[in-house]
Write a protein that binds this ligand. Structure first.
Ligand code: GUN
Length: 292
């Protein structure tokens, strides 16, 4: 079994991006600029956004963090988005999800100018992705595809089982895995809470992408010997031995599955760092006006 080292690949890509940025600056162009809107103080969102800001520094980007309290109105948030849409100094921006219940996430996503939607969540980007047109790919699926490519994992004709059908991981990664060029060209099955015979379907898979947010869900008896396992899960589970009081748990029973598979992503240090680096790649593309 080989561990897929997402942290190492992400660090390598950040260095590649930083080099491109220095070249842009040497040519007299401005540094890429990512803005992030963070609402409230959810622990997970605070951590993700802090990592995104740090990654901007590592890539030589400018970053701006705009914070609102939980009681921000939808109208205030829409006005902030409008300002960012019109701000020529900002190349791309994100609104960290989830948002408080009184705010419609879909309305917020659709208010973002798709040309600045470096999360790739706007329906125009999702639609363009699904028909193979240039677009901002959403970060986690793009990170998974990048890992498969960098580890030269064969996807052509492979049976790929995606566990989970969320809009930000399951659906887009299934779409990318079936696109007509590598790393894609796979035969994709998407399983979810209503799927029958899930264990049998998984046991046929050459590649399993687990994105259901259920710690340790993928067990050894669901995995074919030699399969490739991509674990997208990052559930916080209480752990009194940690200073933070929790640890991150993946969707795969790592200890038992690792012995059986050919490649596996650890949690943390697998897909997570790749997600952030994909956002950095999209921001660089935005600054270069490479897509729109
Ligand atoms: N919440 C969890 N993942 C993401 C992400 O990739 N982007 C945003 N904006 N919010 C998230």
């Amino acid at each position: 079994m080989e561990l897929i080292d997402g942290k190492f690949i992400a660090d390598t890509i950040k260095k590649e991006i930083a080099q491109s940025v220095e070249q842009m600056v040497a040519e007299g162009k401005k540094r890429p600029h990512l803005a992030a809107i963070l609402v409230g103080h959810d622990g997970g969102s605070e951590t993700y956004v802090a990592h995104k800001v740090k990654a901007c520094e590592q890539c030589g980007f400018e970053s701006t963090l705009i914070r609102y309290e939980d009681d921000v109105t939808e109208a205030e948030l829409l006005a902030a988005i409008q300002r960012l849409n019109e701000d020529e100094s900002v190349d791309g921006f994100i609104v960290q999800l989830p948002l408080p219940r009184h705010i419609s996430e879909q309305k917020i996503i659709e208010a973002i100018d798709y040309r600045k939607d470096v999360d790739g969540f706007h329906p125009i980007n999702v639609g363009r992705m699904s028909i193979g047109l240039p677009c901002y790919l959403s970060a986690t699926p793009a990170g998974i595809i990048e890992l498969l490519g960098r580890y030269n994992i064969n996807t052509k004709g492979a049976n790929c089982v995606v566990l989970g059908r969320s809009n930000i991981v399951g659906k887009p990664v299934a779409s990318l895995m079936m696109q007509k060029h590598p790393p894609g060209d796979a035969t994709v099955t998407v399983c979810h809470s209503a799927t029958k015979n899930l264990k049998e379907i998984c046991a046929q898979a050459d590649i399993i992408i687990a994105a259901l947010g259920s710690p340790g869900f993928v067990k050894e008896d669901m995995v074919k010997p030699g399969a490739v396992i991509i674990d997208v899960g990052t559930t916080r589970v209480p752990d009194a031995t940690r200073k933070s009081g929790f640890r991150l748990s993946g969707d795969v029973d790592f200890e038992n599955v690792a012995e059986k598979c050919s490649y596996i992503t650890p949690v943390p240090g697998g897909v997570g760092p790749m997600t952030i680096v994909s956002l950095m790649k999209n921001t660089l593309l935005a600054a270069q006006h490479a897509i729109y």
